[in-house]
Structures are given as structure tokens and as C-alpha cells.
Write a protein that binds this ligand. Structure first.
Ligand code: GAR
Length: 194
């Protein structure tokens, strides 16, 4: 059986990591088994670390505060990923701006809580909520050297209606928990080079 290994990078709550562990990890799609082989987190207090433990998985903590520059942090992350035979790296709420040390060396996708190219950056949920856009959404894109600007792979939108910020955020996460696992499966079962 063909096994494809993924690495998941996260920084906080890890609800998307949990969705990947529930819907993708250890499962077989079109004869291909997808395995979460590596978890990396830059925040030692992230709730996602506990979530992963419930699935029997340890997380490698690489604290960005221990590194003098973004490049040195990125090198540590890249070196860790390269220890394993990783087919695809997933940024699931990984709240770090990445340098070419990472983007030139790692094949990765990123989850972003807006309809890109709108509302790039770390505050996409509140920025999109406070805009006059009548739709919100979620994007998954290839990671490139430019922040939140790589080629878009998947998007899903929803109508604003009369949602509070809390409802807006909840709706985004609900979509993310389906769209990210679906996109991972699609890439790994379609792209022969993945
Ligand atoms: C998600 O909404 C994800 O789209 C966002 O962080 C959240 C992580 O939630 N990512 C970004 O904003 C990246 N710029 P989670 O830790 O519960 O998966």
C-alpha cells in the first residue's frame, strides 16, 4: 500500500489539527494511506498539543522565542521536517511569517480564514467581519514566499446574513474543518508528485 506522510504545523487551539486527525490520519483514500508523521508547534502552551496527545501523538515544540531570527527558526523547522519523509506539510493555524528558508524548501499548503486575496494577515476573521462584504469564506493555498499569496487551491464562501462576530467565526471554523481535510485528501490522491 502506498503511504503518504504529512506534517502539520500549528500555533494555538489546534481545532483544524483535530479535524485532520479525525478525518485523514491513518485512513485510506483511493488506495493511499495518509499518515500524520510529524507535528510541529511554535508555542509550548498551545491547546493543540493536548488534542494531539489524545490521538497518541507527540508534538515537536520549536519555540520561535528561542531563535534570534526568523531565518534561524525556519531552519530549525525545515531541518525537523527533513528528518522524515514528508510528502506534504500543512499549515493549520501556524501563525508565523515564513522566510525563503522555509518557502523555498518545503512543499506546503496554508489554511486562511478569508476569501483570498482579501484580508491577508493574522486578523482575517475580524477584518472580514468588520468589512461591508456580504460574504465570508475560507481559502486553502500553496505556500509561497509572499504572505498568503500563493496559488489558491480551494475556497468556500458563506452569506453574511445577520451574524455576530462569534457566529461569523464559528461558521468559518465549521467550513475550515471540512475544507482542509478534503483538500489534503484531494492533493495526495491526485498529484503524483505530492
Ligand atoms: C484558523 O481559523 C486558521 O484559518 C487561522 O488560524 C485559525 C487556527 O485555528 N489561520 C490564519 O489566520 C493564518 N493566517 P485552530 O488552531 O483552531 O486550527
Amino acid at each position: 500500500m502506498v503511504v503518504k506522510n504529512i506534517a502539520v504545523l500549528f500555533s494555538g487551539s489546534g481545532s483544524n489539527l483535530q479535524a485532520i486527525l479525525e478525518k485523514v490520519h491513518g485512513k485510506i483514500f483511493k488506495g493511499i494511506k495518509i499518515n500524520v508523521a510529524l507535528l510541529i508547534c511554535n508555542n509550548p502552551d498551545a491547546k493543540g498539543i493536548e488534542r494531539a496527545k489524545k490521538f497518541g501523538l507527540d508534538t515537536v515544540v520549536i519555540n520561535h522565542k528561542d531563535y534570534a531570527s526568523r531565518e534561524e527558526f525556519d531552519k530549525a523547522v525545515v531541518d525537523e521536517i527533513n528528518k522524515y519523509s514528508i510528502d506534504l506539510t500543512i499549515l493549520a493555524g501556524f501563525m508565523r511569517i515564513l522566510t525563503p528558508i522555509f518557502t523555498d524548501n518545503i512543499k506546503a499548503i496554508n489554511l486562511h480564514p478569508s476569501i483570498l486575496p482579501l484580508f491577508k494577515g493574522a486578523h482575517a476573521i475580524t477584518d472580514s467581519y468588520h468589512s461591508d462584504m456580504q460574504i465570508g469564506g475560507v481559502s486553502v493555498h500553496w505556500v509561497s514566499s509572499e504572505l498568503d499569496a500563493g496559488e489558491i487551491i480551494a475556497q468556500k464562501t458563506f452569506a453574511r446574513k445577520t451574524k455576530t462576530l462569534q457566529e461569523w467565526e464559528k461558521k468559518i471554523h465549521k467550513i475550515e474543518h471540512k475544507l482542509l481535510p478534503k483538500t489534503i485528501i484531494k492533493i495526495l490522491t491526485k498529484d503524483k508528485n505530492a
